[in-house]
Design a protein around this ligand. Structure first.
Ligand SMILES: *[C@@H]1O[C@H](CO)[C@@H](O)[C@H](O)[C@H]1NC(C)=O
Ligand SMILES: *[C@@H]1O[C@H](CO)[C@@H](O)[C@H](O)[C@H]1NC(C)=O
Ligand SMILES: *[C@@H]1O[C@H](CO)[C@@H](O)[C@H](O)[C@H]1NC(C)=O
Ligand SMILES: *[C@@H]1O[C@H](CO)[C@@H](O)[C@H](O)[C@H]1NC(C)=O
Ligand SMILES: *[C@@H]1O[C@H](CO)[C@@H](O)[C@H](O)[C@H]1NC(C)=O
Ligand SMILES: *[C@@H]1O[C@H](CO)[C@@H](O)[C@H](O)[C@H]1NC(C)=O
Length: 368
């Protein structure tokens, strides 16, 4: 809980020199009675399924007057633990994917709902899931992409909160707390900064709110990923470091390209050096994803995975001092932890690294 309290305080005291009393709902959030034993998650899938689905008509452009179009923003409400007296509202600031998928995977909010007497609201981010400002054409025309910005998304959230306060009378004077993780955590924190009158605080989990060019060195993210594997065992990160050259050496001719394709059970055989680069990028993204979902319990967020998946992956990288072909075998075993924990994979598909619930079209645009 230490970290949680720290985060909340950080956000509550963002303006130096101004002593802001911590609102009771926030104090309750930082004093929650959560289990600190994280070896297993209570199976909560059934309790997650109870929410209602709603749509709010939103402006495509909140800030200009040349575009007067609207679209439907999807949001979910779960109010089984909500109390009209003394309750609160946890508002999930949706990130780059289908909101139902995030709702399914944000166990924290469901875990604390009862104790906080909270209504849970999950707001979908524009351009993801069903909240498409130009429907099926949202990504077909670069002019349509103009409205895919975090500023517009935050304005959607503000409109939605206004709407909820207006249409659910008992919610009008209850404290709203923004909650988000990753990019959604950045949105939660920014929402508290930009709309401080709409939420009493924000819980920003794993949120790199300052990770921008010239603010932190650009290699920091990958250094943290490497450190995750090195912490499991130094030989693990060493093996991975060696693997790039090994792949390069093994794929210099067509015999080698076939050998590697077969050894890794790839769905599509490698044909040329471009494919080899694609292979390396795909493997690298796999290690990155593992670092992001290295949960201490069995989970199914990006992929079905065992508890502490990096530890399991590193079981296959105990010795970096092996031949290139042995290392290739080890890479295959390690990739199987991520892509074939279910035992169902027929082949490994370099076109996929995670669930299709993530909106790859919008996200590749937003990142650049
Ligand atoms: C959410 O969870 C339900 C219940 O397990 C499942 O049926 C549904 O496919 C999930 N939806 C997404 C988008 O993950
Ligand atoms: C292809 O590359 C492999 C591995 O580098 C090497 O052992 C083999 O001799 C090469 N074969 C040909 C036909 O060049
Ligand atoms: C790491 O690899 C080295 C070199 O192959 C080996 O001597 C050592 O025993 C390995 N360490 C562990 C903990 O496996
Ligand atoms: C790595 O392997 C080579 C040959 O197989 C051996 O000569 C060398 O001592 C090994 N290095 C380590 C650190 O085990
Ligand atoms: C996935 O695992 C199953 C069961 O272990 C195995 O039969 C299958 O070959 C694996 N698939 C791949 C692509 O490795
Ligand atoms: C690989 O993934 C892509 C993208 O999801 C999909 O279109 C393709 O059918 C998959 N290939 C195989 C062999 O499963």
């Amino acid at each position: 809980m230490g970290l949680l309290v720290l985060l909340l305080l950080l956000l509550a005291f963002l303006m130096p020199g101004v002593a802001i009393p911590v609102p009771p709902a926030l104090r309750a959030l930082s004093n929650l009675h959560l289990s600190t034993k994280f070896t297993s998650r209570p199976s909560a899938v059934t309790k997650y399924s109870k929410y209602s689905i709603h749509y709010l008509k939103q402006k495509v452009d909140h800030f200009g007057f040349k575009n007067d179009k609207h679209f439907n923003q999807r949001y979910l409400i779960a109010d089984q633990h909500w109390k009209k007296e003394g309750g609160s509202i946890l508002f999930y600031t949706g990130n780059e994917g289908d909101i139902i998928w995030f709702c399914n995977n944000t166990g924290f909010m469901w875990d604390v709902a009862e104790e906080l007497k909270a209504m849970l609201v999950f707001a979908e981010h524009r351009y993801y899931g069903q909240s498409l400002p130009f429907g099926a054409n949202s990504f077909k025309d670069s002019r349509h992409m103009n409205f895919l910005t975090s500023e517009q998304a935050l304005a959607d959230f503000a409109e939605l909160i206004k709407h909820l306060k207006k249409t659910i009378p008992a919610a009008k004077n209850q404290p709203f707390i923004a909650v988000g993780g990753s990019y959604g955590g950045m949105l939660a924190a920014w929402f508290r900064m930009k709309y401080p009158h709409m939420v009493v605080g924000a819980l920003a989990a794993s949120a790199p709110i300052w990770q921008f060019e010239d603010m932190v060195p650009c290699g920091v993210f990958m250094e943290i990923v490497t450190a995750d594997f090195r912490r499991s065992s130094p030989n693990c990160s060493k093996s991975i470091r060696k693997s790039w050259d090994a792949i390069h050496r093994l794929t210099r001719n067509s015999t080698g390209l076939n050998l590697v394709s077969e050894a890794l059970h790839l769905c599509t055989s490698l044909k040329n050096s471009q494919d080899v680069q694609h292979l390396k990028d795909w493997i690298a993204e796999t290690w990155v994803n593992l670092a992001m979902v290295d949960y201490p319990y069995e989970s199914n967020f990006l992929q079905p995975l065992p508890a502490w998946p990096i530890k399991v992956v590193c079981q296959h990288f105990k010795n970096p001092n092996v031949s290139d072909t042995e290392l290739l075998q080890n890479i295959f075993s390690a990739l199987n932890v991520y892509y074939n924990y279910s035992g169902q994979a027929k082949c490994l598909n370099m076109s996929e690294t995670s669930t299709s619930s993530l909106g790859s079209m919008g996200w590749s645009y937003q990142q650049w």
